[in-house]
Design a protein around this ligand. Structure first.
Ligand SMILES: [Fe+2]
Ligand SMILES: [Fe+2]
Length: 290
């Protein structure tokens, strides 16, 4: 009798193990890190990224790098460090264009992308398809137009290019780099069920509205800034105050203190391309008592 129970238990354990393994094979784990600001941001990514990739069994790592080169763009130097950590795609935004070196680098490395809806002829590409061990994952970068440059329509641009991307993969993660909450939400609902996730970037403040929309699109209005929080969105405080006081340009410098890493983890069903789990990441937590 005991032997019989041992056999039954072993078989049920074995089948459960196989079921978990099969489910795991059909799931793509994506880590998205919010706007990395300067050397402090790069340092904290180097510190935490390996353990996050291990904890969540990450297949694809995406980072927004529009501010990684001292607040302005992403050059080959920073990109090399990020790719060395296992980053698959570096997305951009309005600050991608701040340094001419960043613009030149966009032409050299297709893993560094910029918003797709900049006018035709701008340097670089607006999406990249990662060939991961679990299949192809497309990463697209868009930029909003509310309170930002009047570039092409992000809604129509995404719709147009999705017809092409969908011939290769159902898994599509979008970095929607925009100022206005409404524009990010509207884009997410516009693409709900057509893409795996719409992750907001640019405001440098993480929102607590991460969720999965009815069609299966994972969403967060802004996944936050990876960089120094004793600052005004990453830059030294005095210059930022003076800019508002005097309404004139000030010399911006990257701040250094109270550094945090922000992002989201997405679990995506590789058969359907839908997000099945979304988790907001903010480490370390803010001190809320002194
Ligand atoms: Fe940014
Ligand atoms: Fe930005």
């Amino acid at each position: 009798m005991v032997n019989y129970l041992v056999v039954v238990f072993s078989y049920s354990f074995y089948f459960r193990y196989i079921a978990i393994k099969i489910k795991d094979m059909m799931t793509v784990n994506v880590l998205f890190i919010g706007d990395i600001v300067g050397q402090p941001g790069l340092d904290i990514v180097q510190m935490y990224l390996p353990s996050l990739q291990k904890k969540y069994h990450i297949d694809v790592t995406i980072v927004n790098g529009e501010n990684v080169s001292d607040g302005k763009g992403c050059t080959e130097q920073e990109a090399k460090i990020l790719f060395g950590l296992g980053v698959n795609v570096i997305t951009g935004g309005n600050h991608t264009w701040d340094k001419h070196q960043s613009q030149e680098y966009l032409r050299k490395d297709s893993r560094v992308i910029r918003p797709l809806n900049y006018p035709k002829g701008s340097h670089g590409n607006g999406y990249n398809i990662v060939d991961s061990a679990k299949g192809k994952v497309a990463v697209m970068n868009l930029q909003g137009r509310a309170f930002m440059a009047t570039i092409d329509c992000p809604f129509r641009t995404a719709e147009w290019v999705l017809t092409k991307i969908k011939q290769e993969t159902k898994i599509v993660v979008i970095d929607m780099h925009a100022e206005a909450t409404a524009e990010k939400l509207a884009l997410a609902y516009f693409l709900d069920g057509k893409v795996s996730a719409v992750i907001g970037t640019h405001t440098h403040v993480q929102t607590s509205d991460e969720r999965i929309l009815p069609g299966g699109t994972g969403y967060i209005t802004d996944c936050g800034m990876t960089g120094p929080y004793e600052s005004v969105i990453g830059m030294k405080i005095d210059a930022a105050i003076n800019r508002f006081l005097y309404q004139t340009p000030q010399k911006y410098q990257t701040a250094t203190d109270n550094v945090h890493l922000t992002g989201v983890y997405l679990k995506i069903d590789s058969e359907t391309g839908k997000t099945t789990e979304i988790e907001r990441i903010f480490i370390p937590e803010f001190d809320k008592k002194i």
